[in-house]
Design a protein around this ligand. Structure first.
Ligand code: GLC
Ligand code: MG
Length: 685
């Protein structure tokens, strides 16, 4: 490469030393060259000397310009005035990058975990027989569910639990499974299932399946192999010796009543069934049974389901000694001991080893949860009544995960004594016993219990939904509750078996509109259970048009809950309770916006005086009332008025949080604070 300066024809060849180079101190290569130059100077003629010094002068005067050759550029770029800023810039960049990395790590470490999908949305329970019938046989099906997914978009619900649709003889409406890897033709085909799941996922909806480990149908292949003593399957169920007409092996009773032992003629022994006699209990003391169930879990997780509702788990193990259970009333004649309420179920439920099995199921699910964004959710069904601590064990421990939560059924008892004090008592049963940091949940209806709107009364439906959606944790909504559906009267012709029939009142077809069959089946005049006669007014379509409807209020509250930090992850603090009113605050440290909820579960309209609550502003404005005309009303905090069954969500602004002054009245799952100035949520204290 060469450089020609037009005027003086100074050339710089490949190996030319650059005489114009000077660094900041005036030495550097050029200065060092001077030594050698001066050494040889004497040997040169005077013209040579002159040329060299001229060139040096000229190079120091040249201004850098675009397209300069490398050598010349190096001359300039090495000068202190270029080099020093460059180095400063370099180190500044390094420091900034490190600082950025440190800040990022700190922010991640200090941020509370994002809510997972099963925390962010309510769980909606679809009873598939009753949701939507696509083929006109009078029974709801998977295609029907797919047709109606818009309902969830409208409601802003993302988590859908579908009660069993496995192949089944339907003695217990699908909770008697004949094949855990197949769909019952009544509900459709495996292809229908896969299409439903794919469509749900494309809409951002998650599918939770029922998983029924305790028992199979007596038509299951395993049971047939077991009763014929196939060596591999011989111990798949709980068998014991007994005589065909002799006494039962012990006094254990089925949940559906009478002895839980039935003599099997094929095998010549009795088998255990904690539910119907067509639902033989599996033997979870046999490791092969555990492995079979794990394979089934894998089967559905591989298909892509997002979680399981684990059915009736407390019954999975029985005491191997099979001794009689103690009677609740020791004086009751043994032949009158026929229901679960007659016995302390010490040997048939919650046996040692149960949690190990469930934790193993969980560990299998966690393998699938590692896939980013695909957390697999596990909810446990176990109702332990007053033994709350037993239920709480399904949360697992700090070291070992189990269920994400066990269903909280306590609010199902609200109608027993609908009142403010009772509501608080039931809420506190959970909040006061839940292990620290765990995520609460609330259920106000399911397929096993009468509808709460019927037992508590229509008057309280909206208030109950408000409670459900403003308490901390995940709400579960049984289909139809979003429009306030009520129990039906089931007549004898619908009875399949006396025991199961008691719960049919709660399973009538969902009321979509005022048309034929309430839009549940628009092809024929069949419905597997009668519709509730109120369907002409109580239906989804009509309520969508009415912004004061149960449905509209459900939607509003659910959307509010998901968009407001205090409601979806903030503190929950009891503020006031009396015979009528249950009142609580939802707030988040660092956030001025907070919510006061006042619900009247009582028998009379009342004025509630909260003037002693210093943390509340003097004037309170109603954001939403279950009685629409009261929306926007302003109450002095000493006179908050509520009618019977009315609930108020009051939004207010404050600088004084309630929780620091009343720690014993307040709960939070994971402490989060909000830095309003930069809009960041972080862990505090
Ligand atoms: C659960 C179900 C119930 C079923 C039982 C047996 O309790 O909710 O409907 O009958 O398990 O599987
Ligand atoms: Mg069992």
């Amino acid at each position: 490469m060469s450089y020609r300066k037009d005027s003086d024809s100074v050339e710089l060849g490949e190996c030319t030393r650059n005489p114009g180079y000077k660094d900041a101190d005036g030495d550097g290569p050029a200065a060092r060259d001077n030594i050698s130059v001066s050494d040889s100077e004497e040997k040169r003629d005077s013209i040579g000397v002159k040329r060299l010094s001229d060139a040096r002068d000229e190079y120091t005067q040249i201004k850098p310009y675009a397209g300069m050759p490398k050598e010349v550029l190096v001359l300039y770029s090495s000068k202190a005035r270029y080099r020093v800023p460059r180095e400063i810039l370099f180190w500044l960049t390094v420091c900034c990058t490190l600082a950025l990395v440190a800040v990022t790590i700190a922010v991640i470490a200090l941020s509370p975990k994002c809510l997972s999908w099963w925390q962010a949305s309510p769980v909606y329970q679809i009873y598939p027989r009753s949701f939507k019938d696509s083929d006109g046989d009078g029974v709801g099906d998977l295609k029907g569910i797919k047709e109606k997914l818009d309902h969830f978009e409208y409601l802003n619900i993302k988590s859908i639990w579908i009660s069993p649709f496995y192949r089944s003889p339907m003695k217990d409406f699908g909770y008697d499974v004949e094949d855990f890897r197949d769909i019952d033709p009544l509900f459709g085909t495996m292809k229908d299932f896969e299409e439903l799941l794919a469509t749900m996922h494309s809409k951002g909806l998650r599918l939770i399946m029922d998983f029924i480990p305790n028992h199979t149908s007596d038509r299951h292949r395993w049971f047939n192999l077991s009763r014929t003593r196939d060596p591999h399957y011989e111990d798949y169920y709980v068998w014991t010796d007994c005589k065909p007409d002799g006494p039962k092996p012990n006094n254990w009773v089925s949940i559906f009543g009478n002895s839980s032992w039935t003599y099997d003629e094929v095998r010549g022994q009795c088998y255990l069934h904690q539910f119907l006699k067509e639902q033989p209990d599996l033997n979870f003391r046999n490791p092969d049974v555990i492995n079979e169930m794990i394979d089934i879990i894998h089967f559905w997780l591989d298909k892509g389901v997002d979680g399981f509702r684990m059915d009736a788990v407390k019954h999975m193990l029985e005491a191997p000694h099979m001794r009689d259970e103690p009677q609740v009333d020791p004086n009751k004649p043994p032949e009158l001991v026929t229901t679960e309420w007659d016995l302390h179920s010490d040997y048939t439920t919650s046996q040692v080893g149960l949690h190990d099995i469930l934790r193993e199921f969980r560990a299998q699910m966690d393998i699938y949860s590692q896939e980013p964004g695909r957390y697999r959710f596990m909810v446990i069904e176990s109702y332990d009544y007053e033994e709350v601590y037993k239920t709480m064990m399904y949360y697992g421990t700090k070291l070992e995960k189990e269920g994400d939560f066990p269903f909280n059924f306590y609010l199902l008892d609200l109608p027993q004594n609908t009142s403010g004090a009772w509501a608080k008592h039931l809420v506190h049963l959970w909040m006061g016993n839940m292990p620290k940091g765990k995520w609460p949940n609330w259920v106000v209806g399911n397929h096993d219990r009468t509808r709460i709107s019927s037992s508590a009364g229509q008057l309280y439906v909206r208030a109950i939904n408000m409670l459900l959606l403003t308490l901390p944790g995940t709400a579960t909504t049984y289909y139809g509750e979003e429009i306030g559906m009520e129990n039906i009267n089931v007549t004898a012709r619908h009875f399949c078996s006396l025991v199961v029939s008691n719960t049919l009142v709660t399973r009538s077809p969902l009321q979509w509109n005022a048309n034929m069959n309430a839009g549940f089946n628009d092809k024929t005049n069949l419905t597997w259970l009668p519709l509730h006669p109120d369907y002409e007014t109580v239906n989804v379509e009509a309520q969508m048009k009415d912004d004061g409807s149960v449905l509209a209020q459900y939607r509003f509250l659910n959307t509010l809950r998901q968009s407001e930090l205090p409601l979806n992850r903030g503190w929950f603090c009891y503020v006031h309770t009396d015979a009528n009113v249950f009142s609580y605050i939802r707030e988040l440290d660092g956030l001025k916006r907070a919510f006061l909820i006042v619900v009247n579960f009582g028998k009379e309209s009342v004025v509630t005086d909260l003037s002693s609550v210093r943390e509340l502003p003097d004037e309170l404005k109603v954001l939403m009332s279950t009685n629409k005309v009261n929306d926007g009303k302003v109450f002095p905090k000493s006179r908050i008025q509520t009618e019977v069954g009315e609930g108020l969500v009051i939004q207010y602004s404050t600088n004084t949080r309630f929780n620091p002054n009343h720690p014993e009245e307040c709960y939070i799952s994971e402490k989060a604070c909000y830095l309003e100035t930069i809009g960041i949520l972080y862990k505090c204290q």
